[in-house]
Design a binder for this molecule. Structure first.
Ligand code: ASP
Length: 345
């Protein structure tokens, strides 16, 4: 592929980046992609083709769901050969979930898929959206001298940092620096130059064909522990009709109460075939269930380690694996192996 072939598909799903203030109510409302281009005339200066695809109507990312992820996978897969890279404009609230889901659903990805958004709408003078969008487009088209794409994976670019999507968490509802990747180094930093951390970026899978996946199973719950959690609460989550998996948010390096009822409830659920994955409530660091007795007991009743997974990644990976109809033991097995660089084992 030579430079003349460069092209980007800009997919606008919604979010603050594409909002303007309603003059009467002061509330933020969506506007369309054409208006977005009006606010960023620099888009025309790239000198290569930027085509656009708009979700109609645009979605606040609080409304994102597997249907929307399937739609994104379909758009990327249908247009895969026609573009050098893809930029997805997305609300920040659930961007880490979408990035994680796409990282599993786009198997053998050999091109950049960069999600970005903003904390301030594009029409606001101090907006961070312009910078985020323009740099994302640059990254989505960046190549090595050999022509290989620089970042053939699903990423989030936000406030000067390019991060592996399935390692991110939204951390801040106020600052421009809204996302962090605590357990994996940033893939690139944008200053005067964009400096790529090549050793941390996925190896190029150019020869393998993109394999899009569409089936997700959402029979999942997140159970966050807190001191004083009641047996009825744990019991009612685990008794949810059709439940297939639970992301258990534990303390520290994967610790939980040693109370008899708690371990018994978890064991009964595991024995019934519910997959329980242990993810820490800490932002950084990993689950090590053999480190303390409190974690070791969880392992003994059948809970599997989520290692250094984010909750966002564990939830979407479970949806992806359950969508394949794997047996509980197969799902447990896959949860302990990285599929898209989402955990360090
Ligand atoms: N509520 C918005 C959304 O996630 C916030 C944002 O875009 O930052 O869609």
């Amino acid at each position: 592929m030579n430079v003349d072939d460069t092209s980007v598909l800009l997919i606008y799903t919604g979010g603050t980046i594409g909002m303007i203030e309603n003059a009467e109510t002061g509330a933020l409302e969506n506007f369309n992609l054409e208006q977005l281009q009006k606010y960023i005339p620099e888009l025309q200066n790239f000198g290569f083709r930027i085509d656009t695809y708009q979700f109609d109507p645009p979605m606040d990312s609080s409304d994102m769901d597997p249907d929307a992820w399937q739609k994104l996978v379909r758009i990327i897969s249908d247009h895969y050969e026609a573009y050098s890279g893809f930029v997805i404009l997305h609300g920040t609230d659930t961007m880490s979930y979408t990035a994680s889901a796409l990282s599993f659903m786009l198997e053998n990805l050999g091109k950049p898929v960069i999600l970005t958004g903003s904390q301030l709408p594009i029409g606001v003078l101090r907006t961070d959206g312009k910078e985020n969008l323009l740099t994302s487009i640059e990254i989505a088209t960046a190549r090595h001298l050999s022509g290989r794409p620089m970042v053939p994976e699903v990423c989030i670019f936000f406030e000067n940092h390019l991060m592996r999507g399935n390692r991110t968490t939204k951390m801040n509802a106020e600052n421009f620096n809204a996302f962090r990747s605590f357990n994996y180094p940033v893939l690139a930093s944008a200053g005067i130059h964009i400096k790529y951390n090549n050793g941390q970026i996925h190896a190029y899978q150019g020869k393998s064909k993109l394999k899009p996946h569409y089936l997700l199973d959402t029979h999942i719950a997140i159970l966050k522990l807190f001191p004083g959690i009641q047996e009825e609460v744990v019991a009612s989550v685990l008794a949810t009709e059709g439940l297939k998996a639970v992301v258990l948010e534990t303390y520290g390096s994967g610790n939980a109460p040693r109370k008899e009822w708690f371990l018994r409830r978890l064991k009964e659920a595991c024995d019934k075939g519910i997959v329980i994955v242990n993810v820490t409530q800490c932002r950084a660091g990993m689950v090590e269930m053999s480190r303390y007795e409190t974690g070791y007991r969880l392992m003994k009743v059948g809970v599997v380690s989520g290692y250094d997974s984010t909750t966002e990644s564990a939830v979407t990976k479970l949806m992806f694996l359950l969508g394949h109809n794997y047996s509980p033991d197969e799902v447990r097995q896959w949860m302990t192996q990285p599929l898209a660089g989402e955990i360090t084992v």
